[in-house]
Design a protein around this ligand. Structure first.
Ligand code: 8GP
Length: 815
């Protein structure tokens, strides 16, 4: 590898790597950048000074990365995502810059411990769940694999809400994550963009296709970026986040002078609302429009930035797709497709066919769901008002597309209706998933089963037309964050077992642990790590079976099934207090969408059951239910290392992949799960005998629905199930939960009752395995050893080879 020192060129002092150097730099940050002294520095001053000192080290690598990547003029990967759940930055950046020990040392004169300082580092919660965390894992792995990439997103002022429990129910508070500022970000005001909304279009004389769009409102997009370091490599990529601002003209001085203070700023406020919150409530028309506005804002700013970057090195538009691949993280950024067409045709004056050929080759689309209600559509009238030119372009795209369908399937009017980008059943709507399939070169699902079901059900017509377009790329997770940072004890045991920490960049090497699975001393260490992690978590007796279900609350994920199991255990223990019960701690964590009432009822019932059990002296010694508030990446990092049992119990055919299942298995938890999403692949990798399988498969679940499913039949037939539901209805848990019982007995959308008995039987299998300590430990070690496949590094390598067709660009080291 070549060598490079960019500082030399401008005579800049190099940052040293000794403890003294680091100390000096920390003190200098404190003094010059925070404007304070050792004597008067607050904990927050110390935190910020440390963050800046660490950031400086990464900024060096960033400068070299940018130089190397631009010199190479590669095909860049641009990841467009409405969400990033990045997790805490300080612990990550200390690890990725190798400065953890130096930092702990350097803080001493300030009288501060690193732990205390790390607690001040607020995670940017710019996402909801799996999709947002996947985005964070993928950008980590792209940097680790030296792939030139930029992640684009929105810098929401308020991220995912903070959850607390009030009277056993979920209460939400705004998450002002950057209230104290965010030392990790670099504002880049020179790269700001102007984005239009509303208005009208005008014909362009002499051109049948081009139009002039005269927006009725314009808003500024101001970017800032955060560094995304690779692990054990020089590359530091960025994630660039846009924040909406009113223009200077949006402040009305004359109104202000007339004392109309609110009116004077209303335009600016309107503009800033675009990046105000992650997922504004969409129960009103205005809320829905705001979401579409956010999506367009992200796409328009990012595309202009991408084009600006392209033009730094290239002139010919025909090279654009060879230098650019834009991965759409679900349909949220799909309006980028008509936006690129608009830019190419209207602004850069390319003819339609050339622009379309470029556009199609530039985009790829990842779908993250199978739930029909999660496939986004927008009312045509809303699109027309907000983005009039884009709607015209979508109509044109659709016209060309439907001609292609007609040519392939002549006379198949039904198919044309089904495939059209415009849905005509009832209110006319723009189907974003259809647009995303039509306007991209590749479409992928996120686990084998998911990709198959996409091809065979939701997107079947499209797969008939373009079979080669459809691919699978199974999700993965960052082993750095989810083992090394989350579980330092286990990391040490693994590194000792494998003779080094090379596995952190090459997770397949975990397979070498298999030979240790039968080594009694190794097993003992393995167990003691798990126990110590449980002690740290302090959720319950560290010797109890720690049974965790941590994920967003959704009926398809079936927290209610876990709850029926808990209620049944409660009944069993009460009936037989002297039984040989295995102590269990059942830990739930997760947020429900604020307007998702059914999910919130489930949360309430969990807490009511937890309270009833805790108050019952007969049951409490054996069973404890804990609801951990405000689940986020940081909390996940504490729970996952302590888990014995991982609950992955969605109705088969509903969970696209799951990634929590991977994190838990990698940390040695055993999975109890259905044949859904990536569970299937996890089971295939760890071995059937090391996985607790139950329930209907996707095919059987679909059949059950078709044949007419009657949850009451299960209720009538199964006495324990009946007892559980009757107890809820009889008010055994403080009168809470009747809505849950009603929905289960009434229609049971996700076949919870159908899987109840199989689930309970499987839990007995779990207990049999748990009673045999050595067997359990062996299974646990084998789970970790065989989960190397689920590294996001592998996921990124798959995308790079099969979808992006990009190669790494290594960054030279410093002398
Ligand atoms: C999730 C899927 O539910 C999960 O199975 C998958 O592992 C993950 O994406 C990553 O692929 N989907 C979402 O988080 C999602 O659809 N979020 C929308 C609310 C934005």
């Amino acid at each position: 590898m070549g060598r490079m020192d960019l500082r030399q060129g401008i005579g800049l002092r190099r940052l040293g790597s000794t403890a003294d150097d680091f100390q000096q730099d920390l003190l200098s940050s404190l003094y010059y950048r925070k404007g304070t002294t050792v004597e008067s520095a607050s904990a927050r001053d110390a935190y910020e000074a440390l963050a800046l000192t660490v950031r400086d080290r990464l900024a060096d690598r960033r400068a070299r990365t940018a130089a190397a990547q631009f010199a190479h003029n590669p095909r860049w990967v641009y990841y467009l995502s409405a969400e990033y759940l990045l997790g805490a930055q300080l612990e990550q950046n200390l690890l990725y810059s190798g400065t953890g020990d130096l930092a702990a040392q350097a803080l001493k004169p300030l009288g501060r411990s690193l732990e205390e300082i790390e607690d001040l580092d607020v995670e940017p919660g710019l996402g909801n769940g799996g999709l947002g965390r996947l985005a964070a894992c993928l950008i980590d792995s792209m940097a680790t694999r030296d792939i030139p990439a930029v992640g684009y997103g929105i810098r929401y002022d308020f991220g995912i809400f903070k959850q607390s429990l009030e009277d056993g129910g979920q209460a939400e508070r705004a998450d002002d994550w950057a209230f104290h500022g965010n030392p990790w970000e670099f504002p880049a005001p020179d790269d700001r963009q102007t984005v239009g909304f509303y208005g009208h279009t005008e014909p362009v004389p002499g051109s049948p296709v081009r139009k002039r769009w005269v927006p009725g409102e314009t808003v500024l997009g101001e970017p800032s970026h955060m560094l995304v370091p690779g692990y054990n490599t020089e590359t530091v990529n960025i994630v660039r986040l846009w924040r909406a601002r009113g223009s200077e003209a949006s402040f009305d001085l004359s109104r202000f002078s007339a004392g109309q203070y609110a009116e004077a700023v209303q335009e600016a406020v309107r503009a800033e609302n675009i990046s105000k919150v992650l997922y504004p409530d969409d129960s009103t028309e205005l809320g829905r429009e705001l979401r579409l506005k956010q999506q367009y804002f992200l796409c328009s700013c990012s595309l202009r930035d991408i084009i600006r970057r392209f033009r730094l090195r290239n002139e010919n538009w025909d090279d654009f797709a060879d230098k650019t691949i834009i991965q759409l993280n679900d349909t949220h950024p799909t309006v980028a497709i008509p936006e690129l067409m608009r830019l190419l045709v209207d602004e850069y004056e390319l003819d339609w066919d050339r622009a379309w050929s470029i556009t199609r080759r530039t985009f790829a689309y990842t779908c993250h769901t199978l739930l029909p209600e999660a496939l986004e559509t927008w009312p045509v009238h809303m699109f027309e008002r907000l983005l009039p030119r884009h709607l015209e372009i979508i109509y044109l795209i659709n016209m060309h597309f439907l001609r292609e369908v007609e040519a392939h399937f002549p006379g198949d009017a039904d198919r044309i209706r089904r495939m059209s980008i415009i849905g005509e059943n009832g209110e006319r709507r723009v189907r974003m998933a259809h647009l995303a399939v039509v306007g991209t070169e590749a479409v992928n699902g996120v686990a084998e089963l998911h990709s198959k079901l996409l091809r065979e059900t939701v997107l079947q017509d499209f797969a008939d037309l373009w079979p080669a377009k459809f691919q699978n790329v199974t999700n993965g997770i960052s082993p750095r964050r989810f083992i090394r940072l989350a579980n330092p004890r286990l990391s040490e045991v693994i590194s000792d077992g494998l003779g080094g920490d090379g596995w952190l960049n090459d997770l397949d090497r975990l397979a070498e642990l298999e030979s240790l699975a039968d080594d009694p001393a190794f097993r003992e260490r393995w167990r003691s790590v798990k126990r110590a992690n449980k002690v740290d978590l302090a959720a319950g007796d560290p010797d109890s079976l720690t049974d965790v279900m941590i994920k967003r609350f959704h009926e398809y994920k079936r927290q209610q099934l876990k709850l029926l199991h808990v209620i049944t255990m409660y009944h069993r223990i009460r009936e037989n207090p002297n039984g040989d019960w295995i102590p269990r701690t059942v830990l739930f964590a997760g947020k429900a969408a604020p307007a998702y009432h059914a999910a919130k009822h489930i949360i309430r019932l969990i807490n009511a059951v937890a309270a009833t059990i805790a108050a019952d002296p007969v049951v409490a010694p054996h069973l404890r239910v804990v609801f951990a508030e405000n689940y986020n990446v940081t909390l996940a990092e504490r729970i996952i290392p302590a888990a014995d049992l991982s609950e992955q119990i969605s109705l088969a055919g509903k969970e696209a992949s799951g990634t929590g299942n991977m994190k838990l298995a990698l940390n040695g938890a055993l999975t109890i799960g259905t044949l859904d999403g990536a569970n299937i692949e996890i089971r295939a990798h760890v071995g059937e005998e090391n996985f607790f399988l139950f329930g209907l498969d996707a095919f059987q679940a679909a059949e059950a629905r078709i044949n007419g499913y009657h949850p009451r039949e299960h209720y009538e037939r199964d006495a324990e199930l009946r007892a559980a539901l009757d107890a809820i209805n009889a008010g055994a848990f403080g009168g809470v939960g009747r809505e849950v019982a009603e929905s289960l007995l009434g229609w049971d959308e996700y076949l919870t009752l159908a899987d109840y008995r199989s689930y309970l039987d499987c839990q007995e299998e779990v207990e049999r395995a748990w009673r045999d300590r050595d067997r359990w430990t062996r299974m646990s070690i084998l789970n970790t050893a065989r989960c190397g496949f689920f590294s996001a590094d592998r996921t990124v390598a798959d995308y790079a080879a099969r979808i992006w067709r990009v190669a790494p660009v290594p960054v030279p080291r410093e002398d």
